[in-house]
Design a protein around this ligand. Structure first.
Ligand code: 5AD
Length: 357
């Protein structure tokens, strides 16, 4: 058996690899290794979640951002971005639409927009929970203080998504301006866990300056953090950023890394991301065929969707739009998957043990 197959088996057995082993795997994986990891990942996903796919309704609340991340289309310095933000009423309308379509998780995602004070955010969160007590509210609005995260939690937020972006400090500063802090970002993730959020982290695949070594550090960091969700998708060029001339990442590497994440953390929530669907027209299905079990269709008002452009050609109409749920369900069914209308919390026990006896 090949060396990489043995490493994948070792990851499956021990749930960890040394940094050197990860590096060697990332330097040398071939198509056979990818297929081996993907089929193992599907088996593990099936053990923990069956063929069930969870949906999250993604509401992109604002594309104003005080940060200037070098890869991101809504960075502060991009004067070509047409800015918008949603009011509480807009957001509640999205929830009403989503709820009637069967969505039981709403993700409020946005740039770091200082318009939303803690009071405004807490009011929005508690209003959603008041109207829809059976939904989970997920926030994805960047770095805040411990006290702020605590306030949102007390207002009813259940989950928080904050990708670490890279676990290698010098890589972090190649992707972000010095005004941002690697240490703070990592601290935010531990604060969120401490408060009691279900936490999601993640990174872009093949972002500029990513290497087998930085990727190995990502895997080791993720293993240590033990997040409930890990969102990864290919880095995709945005033409009005300093990285306009860099290369986009590939579906191939993303599918391999998705599978390895599933193998390393069997019960993790793993989304087939919009960026994966953007780089490859069958990308999200291929994600599910690599162990993913979550999808986040877009519930934002149609007129702002084209403005939340983190990268070029971002999908915004089609199966990834929340209102196309019927065709999405049908499409997934053809591949043997079932869409569940539930909050979709992280599984604490294998799927078979949760079936009624
Ligand atoms: N390509 C792919 N993903 C991106 N993100 C931001 N910009 C890009 C891009 N150009 C991702 C970041 C961020 C998430 C919301 O979107 O990882 O955390």
């Amino acid at each position: 058996m090949g060396k990489n197959i043995l490493l994948i088996d070792k990851l499956n057995k021990t749930k960890e690899l040394s940094k050197e082993e990860f590096i060697s795997l990332f330097e040398t994986f071939n198509d056979e290794d990818i297929e081996y990891a993907r089929s193992l990942a599907c088996k593990i996903r099936d053990e923990w979640y069956g063929k069930n796919i969870f949906l999250r309704g993604l509401i992109e609340i604002s594309n104003f951002c005080k940060n200037d991340c070098l890869y991101c289309g809504i960075r502060r310095s991009n004067s070509n971005a047409e800015r918008y933000r949603l009011s509480k009423e807009n957001i509640l309308e999205c929830c009403a639409k989503g709820y009637s379509l069967g969505y039981r998780t709403f993700v409020l995602q946005g740039g770091e927009d200082l318009y939303y004070t803690d009071d405004i955010l807490c009011d929005i969160i508690s209003s959603i929970k008041e109207h829809y007590p059976d939904v989970a509210v997920t926030l994805s609005i960047g770095e805040k203080t411990y006290q702020q995260y605590k306030k949102y939690f007390e207002a009813g937020a259940d989950r928080y998504l904050l990708r670490h972006e890279t676990a290698n400090e010098s890589h972090y500063y190649k992707l972000h301006p010095n005004s941002m802090s690697f240490k703070n970002r990592i601290e935010c993730l531990y604060n969120l866990k401490k408060i009691g959020y279900q936490v999601g982290t993640g990174f872009m695949v093949e972002s500029p300056f990513q290497t087998p070594k930085t990727l190995a550090e990502d895997f080791i960091f993720i293993k240590e953090l033990q997040p409930d969700m890990v969102g990864i998708g290919p880095y995709i060029v945005h033409h009005s950023t300093p990285f306009a001339n860099e290369q986009s990442g590939t579906a191939r590497t993303t599918l391999f890394l998705l599978a390895l994440l599933r193998i390393m953390i069997p019960n993790v929530l793993l989304p087939a991301t919009t960026s994966l669907g953007t780089i490859d027209s069958n990308g999200q299905i291929n994600g599910f065929l690599s162990g993913a079990n979550v999808m986040m269709p877009n519930l934002s008002p149609a007129k702002v969707r084209k403005k939340y452009l983190l990268y070029d050609n971002k999908l915004c109409s089609g199966n990834e739009a929340a209102e196309f749920k019927v065709s999405l369900v049908k499409n997934l069914k053809e591949y043997g998957f079932r869409v569940l209308d539930s909050r979709g919390d992280v599984a604490k026990y294998p799927f078979v043990d949760r079936l009624p006896k």
